[in-house]
Design a protein around this ligand. Structure first.
Ligand code: PMT
Length: 401
C-alpha cells in the first residue's frame, strides 16, 4: 500500500461562523483519513454553531478558539503552529471573515492567525447569495486572490434563509481536491504537463443510440488525479459524463466520439510532456449517423449498419511527448500489447486482461503488465487504480528525467 496522499502535511483549518460550520467536521475527518495532521482554529461565532470538542475529538488536539486569551498556551504558540502549516484552509469563510482576511482587521482571530501563515491560503466562502454577490465581498475576494489565495467558489443551491442562489459551501470533494492540488504543486512532477484520456467513446447511430464499450473512465480519472497530486498540470480529455466529477485542479475537456477525442488530443499535446491514453476508443463508427431515429420497419427484421475505421489517435500523435498506451486484451495479452506498442510508437504500454473481474473495465483495481519500448517487462500485482496510476507515473517521470 502506498502512503496516504496527505501524509506528512499539516493543515490549519480555520472555521468561521456559518451554518456550514458543521460540514467542517466532515472535512476535518476526511483530511485526517488522507493522512494530514489537522489543527483547527475557530472564530467565537463558529464555536456557537459547532462545539470545539467535536473538532478536538476528531483531531486529538486542542482547538484554537481564542487567540487572545492570555492563559492559552496554544494561542501563544500560534505563530509557531502557523509556520509549520503546509496549507491554511478557511472553510466555511463568512463574508465577515473574508473581509477581515482581506484587510487584516486587527482583533479578528482568523486574520491574526493568517498574518503568521506563509503557507498557501485556500478560502471556501459560504454565505447568503446577496452577501456573496455584494461588490464589497467580490472586491475582498479579488484582493485575496491577487495576493495568492485560492478561492473555492461556493455552489448554487438552497441556502439557510430558504432562498436559492450561489452561496453554499463547495462540495467537500472539490475542497479536498483543491487542497491536494495546491499541496501537490511542489511534487515530483511539478512543471510537467500531462495529457490523459479516459472513458469509452460514443459513436452515434442515430439521435438516440450510440455504439460504446464498458469503460467507466476510472483508470483515466485515477491517472489524472495522481498526476495532479504530484504537481503536474493535467489536461483530462474524457467521455465520462457528469456526475462523474474530474479531480479539482484538472483541466477537463469533455468529448463524445473518437474524432472529437482525436481533435482534443491534437490540441492538448502541444507543449505537453506526456500523453497517457487510458480511454477505450472505438475502432469503428457508423459511416453516417441517421438524422432521425431508425424505425424497426424493415421486413426481414435485419438492420445493417455500415461501419468505417476511426483514426488511431495514439499513432497519429507526432508531437515530442512520452506516449503511453493501454492494451485491453482478452487473449494473447502480452503478444498483442507488444504489437500495439510498436505500431503506435509508444514508450510504454500497460497491458490489462479485461476478462479478469478485478481488472480492466469498471473495476476499482487493475492488474497491468508494463512493457517498455526497451523490451523490459514488469508484471505488477493487482492494485487499486490510483496505485497503478502512480506506478505508471513513476515510469513516465523516469523517462522525462
Ligand atoms: O475505464 P475503466 O472502466 O477504468 O477501464 C479501464 C480500461 C480497461 C479502459 C483501461 O485500462 C484500458 O485498457 N484502456 C485502453 C482500452 C483500449 O481501447 O485498448 P486498445 O487495446 O483497443 O487500444 C490500445 C491503445 O490505443 C489505447 O491506449 C487506446 O486508448 C489507443 N487507441 C485505440 C484505438 C484508437 N482508434 N485510437 C487509440 O489511440
Amino acid at each position: 500500500m502506498s502512503r496516504p496522499p496527505l501524509s506528512g502535511k499539516t493543515i490549519v483549518l480555520g472555521v468561521s461562523g456559518s451554518i456550514a460550520a458543521y460540514k467542517a467536521a466532515e472535512l476535518t475527518s476526511r483530511l485526517l483519513q488522507l493522512g494530514a495532521a489537522v489543527q483547527v482554529a475557530m472564530t467565537p461565532a463558529a464555536a456557537r454553531f459547532v462545539a470545539p470538542l467535536t473538532f478536538q475529538s476528531l483531531t486529538h488536539r486542542p482547538v484554537i478558539t481564542d487567540l487572545f486569551a492570555p492563559t492559552s498556551d496554544i494561542a501563544v504558540d500560534h505563530v509557531a503552529l502557523a509556520q509549520q502549516a503546509d496549507a491554511f484552509v478557511v472553510a466555511p469563510a463568512t463574508a465577515n471573515t473574508v473581509a477581515a482576511l482581506a484587510h487584516w482587521l486587527a482583533g479578528n482571530p482568523g486574520a491574526t492567525l493568517a498574518l503568521s501563515v506563509s503557507a498557501p491560503m485556500i478560502l471556501c466562502p459560504a454565505m447568503e447569495h446577496n452577501m456573496f454577490d455584494h461588490p464589497a465581498t467580490q472586491a475582498n475576494l479579488a484582493l485575496l486572490k491577487q495576493r495568492g489565495a485560492v478561492i473555492v467558489e461556493p455552489e448554487e443551491g438552497r441556502l439557510a434563509s430558504g432562498l436559492v442562489g450561489k452561496g453554499r459551501l463547495a462540495d467537500l470533494d472539490v475542497i479536498i481536491g483543491t487542497v491536494r492540488h495546491v499541496l501537490g504543486l511542489s511534487g515530483d512532477l511539478a512543471g510537467r504537463r500531462i495529457v490523459v484520456t479516459a472513458g469509452g467513446t460514443r459513436e452515434p447511430v442515430d439521435p438516440v443510440r450510440f455504439i460504446t464499450n464498458r469503460s467507466s473512465g476510472k483508470m483515466g480519472h485515477a491517472i489524472a488525479e495522481a498526476a495532479r497530486d504530484r504537481g503536474a498540470r493535467v489536461t483530462l480529455i474524457t467521455t465520462t459524463p457528469p456526475p462523474v466529477q474530474a479531480a479539482a485542479g484538472v483541466d477537463v475537456r469533455r468529448v463524445a466520439t473518437a474524432l472529437e477525442m482525436q481533435a482534443a488530443v491534437a490540441e492538448a499535446v502541444r507543449g505537453a510532456d506526456a500523453l497517457i491514453m487510458a480511454a477505450a476508443v472505438a475502432d469503428y463508427r457508423p459511416a453516417a449517423a441517421a438524422p432521425q431515429k431508425i424505425k424497426k420497419r424493415n421486413a426481414d427484421g435485419v438492420l445493417e449498419l455500415q461501419l468505417v475505421r476511426n483514426p488511431d489517435i495514439l499513432a497519429s500523435v507526432d508531437a515530442p511527448v512520452v506516449k503511453v498506451g493501454f492494451a485491453a486484451e482478452t487473449e494473447n495479452v502480452l503478444e498483442n500489447a507488444r504489437a500495439k506498442l510498436l505500431e503506435k510508437g509508444l514508450a510504454i504500454i500497460a497491458a490489462n486482461d479485461v476478462t479478469a473481474p478485478d481488472s480492466g473495465f469498471d473495476a476499482d483495481t487493475n492488474r497491468v503488465t508494463i512493457i517498455h519500448a526497451s523490451g523490459d517487462v514488469e508484471a505488477l500485482p493487482t492494485m487499486p487504480k490510483i496505485e497503478v496510476a502512480h506506478a505508471l507515473l513513476d515510469r513516465v517521470k523516469a523517462l522525462l528525467d
